[in-house]
Design a protein around this ligand. Structure first.
Ligand code: A2P
Length: 267
């Protein structure tokens, strides 16, 4: 029997989805793809509750950014393996054919609707915070709204960059955004705990101007630049302070403005 087609217990209960594939990138990070119910709609950049059946039949759920674009027939997620995380310590063991619980409603602020129009879109991420941006860079709307997209990804180790590196390189062959993204998407990577051409945190690259010098862009400007930020709480706070110091103001779905932030979830 198709697990994805099984009726849920109540109208708001998570649906049961089938794991289609799992990839382990490092001992700290993995990605997986699951079936997508036909009725499940989301905007690129949003998150949803994901989980497993817990002890006593109570679902154990955590918020996860959807890493696949909104047009994809499957759903993709990029996850940390938190050694003591109640969910990820179990979730990292899933295999194709297993069942994962999927919440019915997606939400989030890392969406185009929360930003006013601009010319250049900065996507600042650390660790698994790149997940919502993996969705956004695969969405044609991103290239319709902005003339240049700068995706920055900072990780502790180089191996943790591989997930996003593969997505960015596969864009060239992508029938939907291949043409649109050509020469307009810059992928700027930094690694903090092992040798890499750029071994600084993104905050220090913004502060010193190194980021802008290396990509050939002017300093952050509220007239032209829009920013989305996703990482740990400390990273959000530090990056937000720099973006605000450049004169950008924070937006939301209800009140779009020049930058938006969201915590990369762990657990
Ligand atoms: P660092 O190695 O200097 O701590 P984590 O996996 O802990 O979330 O970290 C992911 C990446 O984010 C690491 O490269 C880490 O650098 C960096 N990072 C951690 N805290 C901050 C911060 N407050 N501002 C910018 N980058 C940060």
């Amino acid at each position: 029997m198709d697990v994805a087609a099984r009726p849920a217990r109540s109208p708001n209960a998570p649906t049961e989805e089938r794991v289609l594939s799992v990839r382990h990138f490092t001992d700290r990070m993995f990605s997986f793809r699951i079936t997508r119910p036909q009725a499940f709609r989301f905007r690129s950049g949003e998150f949803v509750m994901i989980g497993l059946e817990g002890d006593g039949g109570k679902p154990l759920l955590r918020a996860y950014s959807i890493a696949s674009p909104s047009w994809d027939e499957e759903l993709e997620f990029f996850s940390i393996k938190a050694p003591n995380g109640p969910l990820t310590s179990r979730l990292q063991l899933i295999r194709p054919g297993d069942t994962v619980l999927l919440g019915r409603k997606s939400v989030g602020t890392l969406v185009h609707d929360a930003l006013t129009p601009g010319e250049r879109l900065y996507l600042f991420s650390t660790g698994t915070g790149v997940a919502p941006f993996a969705s956004i860079v695969r969405d044609p709307e991103t290239y319709e709204r902005f003339s240049q997209i700068v995706l920055t990804h900072t990780c502790r180790e180089a191996g943790e960059l591989a997930y996003a590196q593969e997505i960015v390189s596969s864009l060239a062959e992508d029938p939907l955004v291949g043409e649109l993204s050509r020469g307009r998407l810059i992928h700027y990577t930094t690694v903090t705990r092992e040798p890499w051409p750029n071994q600084e945190r993104i905050t220090s690259c913004i502060r010193s101007g190194r980021l802008f010098d290396e990509i050939g862009a002017p300093r952050l400007n509220p007239q032209t630049d829009r920013v989305m930020i996703c990482g740990s709480l400390d990273m959000l706070n530090d990056t937000r302070a720099l973006v605000e110091a450049a004169g950008l103001s924070e937006g939301s779905n209800a009140s779009p403005a020049q930058f938006v932030v969201e915590k990369a979830f762990v657990g």
